[in-house]
Design a protein around this ligand. Structure first.
Ligand code: AMP
Ligand code: MG
Length: 441
């Protein structure tokens, strides 16, 4: 789908059902078009300790072999594999010790070995290490030289040695462009002696809440009003992604106020995310404004929660220099629907726009510990608690009441139970798809 097919005059403007997959594809196409602009090609150099969660802009090539030299994979005794006896037991004389960071410079005679620590450089004459726990010390003889003995078949020639370049050969790709940098990537870069990384520039994302009933924190609630919680959920979701967040506050359901807020936000931001004001009846305000500002489709998506959603582009603001198109997401107002639509659509779009290659969290599967009701014809994202059952199997259950406004269901959950478009009711014991909210790395 092209951006122009999102035109407000297109027949699918409202009341058109899209599946979750169609929505994802349409958003991804739109982001691809935006990516053609120079605005998203900018990179910057950051110190390694500032790299977490940034998107790597170009491949990091290893300047060295890792490991830089052959070394011992074990605490044990290093020797020439040729010393292994053809009989059941091998005996060797221990004539020295090699520590990590202190290479052995002497030479070994036949029948000799060296005590060696994990990570210590392999002495040039040695190619094999027998782990310490597989050896026995023999009683000292008159010469007072330590001797060890081990079963000859306990080790083969060449074992327990890490070879130079085995993890990473010099010049090979250590971390690929598009990687969202994780702690292990920072450690890996450091192990290669690299202390700056070229990353994509941070996206600027504006967030705003719309609704006459919304109140900011710190004021007393009058009758019928509620606190604006969506901006805080969104801030949390965005801050995890290493973006610059512009908080544009609460906007009244009023076309002029909305227009002015969106225009101001578009001047500064690459992406605008609003919540509220896209459901039937209310969408009129936002629709009216979007018709003037850009090319935005209002959709009913076959999903639950999170049915109404708008997305599209805002045209460059008149006289904006340089002119820049802004990606727009109008999320539903319900607090859970905001988080679900963010996780399912917005997060991957932001990552795609940042140049990341891994856009979606991995799916896993678990056994439903109780029946779950589900209607075919829409994708459902139930909030779940994933845990290991008493028999060691991975179980998942829903977190109580699943209403789209019940934020506690989200707060208590550690995963989404994803029930596919065609899927019907789930029986206890059935396997279901699960996406964890947070991973380890
Ligand atoms: P709407 O999509 O504007 O019709 O909103 C749907 C529901 O979500 C209504 O109950 C709103 O009061 C509620 N809602 C909308 N925006 C927010 C917000 N920022 N924080 C908390 N609840 C909201
Ligand atoms: Mg509203």
């Amino acid at each position: 789908m092209s951006a122009t097919s999102l035109s407000p005059n297109a027949p699918h403007l409202l009341n058109t059902g899209l599946t979750v997959e169609e929505t994802r594809a349409a958003i991804s196409d739109l982001v691809d078009q935006l990516l053609a602009s120079d605005a998203f090609a900018e990179t910057e150099s950051v110190a390694l300790d500032q790299g977490l969660n940034r998107v790597l802009a170009s491949d990091v090539l290893s300047p060295i072999d890792v490991p830089a030299a052959d070394n011992s994979a074990m605490d044990g005794f290093a020797f020439r594999g040729a010393e292994l006896s053809s009989g059941p037991l091998t005996q060797l004389m221990v004539v020295g010790t090699v520590f990590a960071g202190a290479p052995f410079t002497g030479s070994l005679a036949a029948g000799q070995c060296l005590k060696i620590m994990t990570g210590a450089l392999m002495p040039s004459q040695c190619d094999t290490v027998i782990p310490q726990e597989m050896t026995q010390k023999l009683p000292l003889a008159g010469d007072s030289i330590e001797r060890i003995q081990f079963e000859s078949n306990a080790v083969s020639s060449g074992e327990n040695r890490r070879l130079r370049g085995e993890d990473l050969a010099q010049g090979s790709v250590a971390i690929a462009a598009g990687r969202i940098l994780r702690p292990s990537d920072l450690g890996l870069a450091a192990s290669l002696g690299i202390n700056t990384l070229t990353v994509k520039r941070k996206l600027r994302v504006a967030i705003l809440s719309s609704g006459n009933e919304l109140r900011p924190l710190g004021v007393a609630l009058d009758s019928g009003s509620i606190y604006d919680s969506n901006r805080y959920s969104l801030m949390g979701l965005l801050n995890r992604l290493s973006l610059d967040v512009l908080d544009c506050g609460i906007i009244q359901d009023d076309p002029l106020a909305l227009k002015s807020a969106f225009t101001k936000a578009a001047l500064k931001a690459d992406v605008i995310i609003s919540s509220g004001g896209v459901s039937v009846g209310e969408a009129d305000f936002t629709k009216q404004v979007m018709q003037e500002l850009g090319d935005v489709g209002f959709w009913k998506i076959a999903m639950r929660p999170g049915r109404p959603m708008a997305f599209g582009i805002l045209k460059p603001v008149p006289n904006q220099t340089p002119p820049r198109t802004t990606l727009f997401f109008g999320l539903p107002g319900n607090p859970v629907a905001v988080m679900v639509t963010f996780y399912q659509f917005v997060q991957s779009a932001l990552l795609q726009l940042s140049g990341a290659t891994q856009l979606r969290p991995p799916l896993t599967q678990a056994i439903a510990s109780a029946a779950i009701r589900k209607k075919p014809g829409r994708t459902e994202y139930q909030r779940g608690i994933l845990e290991i059952g008493p028999d060691g199997k991975t179980l998942v259950r829903v977190t109580g009441s699943q209403g789209a406004g019940i934020l506690r269901s989200m707060s208590e959950a550690n995963c989404f139970i994803v029930l596919g478009h065609e899927q019907g009711n789930i029986a206890a014991g059935d396997l279901v798809n699960v996406v964890l909210f947070e991973g380890l790395l």
